[in-house]
Design a protein around this ligand. Structure first.
Ligand code: BGC
Length: 752
């Protein structure tokens, strides 16, 4: 599409229609100019494409699709290549269904374990969420399907999500709640970003110019379109002025009329409107649907859902090698809990998928090789104890060699749209687990839940397997891990606190209908528990294996831009297994308050028994930086740091000190910076082209020497020695608007 020509041909009502979603799942088409409608559907864990026969508001009437594990389990894989493959699978499915945009991934941080939507989010840590989210986006988009990274930003509670304000310092916002988005925008270039419902420090996100223009576009270089969450737009012209492009879904003709009215009365400048139309046309042009419906291999995709769950399931506790229960040596096994028969395997709300082929744990039991009797023990839709179910289960458990109890929440307890009020499992399940542990010391608890739970029974239980919401292959994957067909390699991407009142925000979370006070600041998740040396149930990054790993030979190669960290991992046990080395940095150089350590790199590697694998992890300047509110920029201080390599935030295997010298850090860009400096620095040159040359070439300002190019498309002025010897402030005299120069200076300083 010739975007500029199309833009010029559009009438005002047509432009207004393009920026107002046609209905829940489509943008408007302009047939006169061959602009097609784009279809979007929810993800993030499977397609929720509305069935054509279903009513618009029947959110669960979707075509059948592969139901992959929820993000909580996907994150526990810590496996970037696997997340990319998840994206590729989803992309293929979306393409087959002629979907142009997949509404995911959801990448908000799990600030409180009460957050109703935690199951749909990756982590309490922005690096884990950012890296895994990037891999997912790259995978989907590699199949010619765009994504919508959501929910931008600081949407960490569900109660009053349409109106509450997330109130926090700029440092907290930058280092935690924006950081994930920053990583994904820069690494994966998502097609669109979805703004969240909430406010940040009093300003509605869909109307927040600083967030949508200054930070997202100017600083991070986002080029896609910004869409609203469903119904998040309160004042449409104000949202467009602030940088929102597409209202989803539109309010029909009313949305179109309000834009037309705003332009006609001067409330909305047509140039601003054009910018949004341009963004939308680019998205339409880049992410056209497949010309006809296609097919994908359902069986292979189901197997991938199983592989993903296998990789993410976390073995939390394994007293005296209770697990694995190999079929030949397991003896008499008793399976208890209605969740074995009616599993929780996905979250509720907009991510709900109609599964293609749900395999329950009970159905998968036979194929696992284990033979076991099953007793429901409790009813999942009740919290009261059913005595007769309990007595039958206890009687069977008494004489068993091993007991496996499935426990978790009913679907009605965990969903988008509301927060939880407790971290306790239903009372009937808690009591039953306690009773079972008294009659049989070989009791394993298998959990199906969206986020951290309290475990008052943990001391007397032999093993705990966290399967979160494991997708449609839940049954197969659960037994894969329990029988040892798969060696568990999942690690928690969130801390499990001992009790709700240990969480730093517990006195205030969700209390004020209008405000959520982030008074813990940057001390959230392990950054809080570790700094205050608190006991936790299971630390961030924790996950056991049926083998053991030894870490040796830590070496660091550093310069003023960062460091390269190398070490070896040896499998010292009998099973092949995957290790998840985690690199934490402790900052002793800065005077600002710092957590005792922060995760700065991680990987996942397969190591055969007795073998050693080398690992290399890279640290950049940003990994030593913090957000300085006074200077409005990332600051890396010279001085002492500590590098720690661990298997969780509480299990360090290697550590060493290093002194960083950032004195040679680049000088800030000012109006006195010479063009010759800019042309010698590839990063600065890139920003110069983006923020000064491109907008002028787009027609904002013609007749400017920077716009004329040679046959390679390079600016002629930037090759002219006379121009190179000019500082930025003199460039204004050549016809470049001061606002573009100031913007370049701002963006350059933010990105360096
Ligand atoms: C959710 C989004 C979702 C949208 C469309 C909203 O309520 O917050 O995550 O993509 O609905 O279903």
């Amino acid at each position: 599409m010739d975007i500029e020509r199309t833009l010029a041909a559009l009438t005002l009502p047509e432009k207004a229609a393009l920026l107002s979603g046609k209905n829940n799942w489509y943008t408007a088409a302009i047939n006169r100019l061959d602009i097609p409608a784009l279809m979007m559907t929810d993800g993030p864990s499977g397609l929720r494409k509305q069935d054509s026969s279903a009513g618009a508001n029947d959110i669960n009437a979707a075509v059948t699709a592969i139901t992959y594990p929820a993000a909580a389990l996907n994150a526990s894989t810590w496996n970037q290549p696997l997340l990319r493959q998840l994206g590729e699978h989803l992309g293929e499915e979306a393409r087959a269904e002629q979907v142009s945009l997949l509404l995911g991934p959801g990448v908000n941080l799990k600030r409180s374990p009460l957050g109703g939507r935690n199951f749909e989010y990756f982590s309490e840590d922005p690096l884990v969420a950012g890296k895994l989210g990037s891999a997912y986006v790259q995978g989907v988009q590699s199949k010619h399907v765009g994504v919508s990274v959501k929910h931008f930003a600081a949407n960490n509670r569900e109660n009053q999500r349409f109106t509450a304000s997330s109130d926090m310092s700029q440092r907290t916002l930058r280092e935690l709640y924006l950081r994930t988005f920053e990583i994904i925008i820069k690494a994966a270039l998502p097609a669109t970003v979805m703004t969240s419902y909430n406010k940040i420090n009093g300003t509605l996100n869909s109307q927040n110019q600083r967030l949508l223009r200054r930070i997202l576009r100017d600083e991070w270089g986002f080029h896609g379109a910004v869409m609203s969450d469903w119904g998040a737009v309160a004042d449409h012209p104000a949202a467009l002025r602030a940088g929102l492009d597409l209202e989803m879904p539109g309010k029909g003709q009313a949305s179109v009329d309000e834009i037309i009215h705003a332009v006609e009365t001067g409330e909305l400048d047509e140039g601003t409107l054009n910018k949004s139309v341009r963004h939308l046309l680019h998205v339409v042009d880049n992410w056209l649907p497949a010309p006809k419906p296609g097919k994908y291999d359902h069986v292979a995709h189901h197997q991938f859902a199983r592989k993903l769950a296998d990789d993410g399931i976390v073995l939390l506790k394994n007293h005296q090698q209770e697990l694995p229960l190999t079929p030949d040596h397991a003896g008499k096994v008793v399976v208890i809990g209605e969740l074995a028969d009616h599993p929780r395997y996905q979250g509720a709300g907009s991510s709900h998928v109609n599964p293609s082929d749900l395999v329950t744990p009970l159905a998968a039991l036979k194929k696992s090789g284990l033979s076991a009797d099953y007793y429901p023990g409790y009813r999942i839709d009740q919290s009261e104890t059913d005595d007769s179910l309990v007595q039958t289960a206890l009687k069977a458990a008494k004489t068993a060699d091993h007991v496996i109890i499935f426990a978790g929440y009913p679907a009605s307890a965990e969903s988008e749209g509301f927060d939880k009020s407790s971290l306790m499992l239903p009372e009937n399940q808690t009591d039953l687990i306690g009773s079972l542990s008294k009659v049989n010391a070989h009791t394993t608890v298998v959990l199906q839940n969206g986020s951290a739970v309290e475990m008052p029974w943990i001391q007397n239980i032999a093993a705990v397997v966290e399967t979160y919401l494991a997708g449609e292959a839940v049954g197969e994957a659960t037994w894969d891990v329990i029988t040892g067909a798969v060696n568990p390699s999942g690690h928690l991407a969130e801390t499990f606190p001992l009790k709700l009142t240990d969480t730093p925000m517990s006195p205030t979370f969700g209390q004020d209908p209008h405000h959520e006070y982030y008074s813990e600041g940057i001390f959230m998740g392990y950054r809080y528990y570790d700094t205050h040396e608190m006991h936790v149930l299971f630390p961030f990054g924790h996950g056991l294996s049926y083998t053991s790993f030894e870490y040796t030979n830590l070496a660091i190669d550093q310069n003023e831009r960062g460091a390269t960290v190398t070490f070896d991992v040896t499998n010292t046990g009998d099973y092949a297994g995957q290790a998840v080395p985690q690199l934490y940095v402790a900052n002793h150089a800065s005077h600002a308050p710092m957590p005792t350590k922060e995760l700065r790199a991680f990987t996942k590697i397969m190591v055969e028994p007795g073998k050693t694998e080398p690992v290399t992890l890279k640290l950049e300047r940003r990994d030593f930086s913090w957000w300085c509110e006074r200077n409005h920029r990332w600051q890396a201080d010279s001085g002492d740091y500590e590098i720690m390599i661990g298997e969780s935030s509480r299990d360090m295997r290697l550590q060493t000190k290093l002194t960083m010298d950032f004195k040679n850090s680049p000088a800030p860009v000012t109006s006195e910076t010479y063009l010759s400096t800019i042309i010698q620095d590839p990063e600065l040159l890139k920003i110069f082209k983006e923020t000064i040359i491109a907008p002028q070439a787009n027609g904002d300002n013609s007749g400017n020497p920077f716009v004329d190019t040679d046959e390679n498309g390079e600016s002629l002025a930037l090759q002219d020695r006379m121009f190179l010897n000019m500082p930025l402030r003199a460039v204004i005299a050549l016809g470049t608007p001061a606002k573009l120069i100031n913007n370049f200076i701002f963006v350059a300083n933010q990105r360096r």
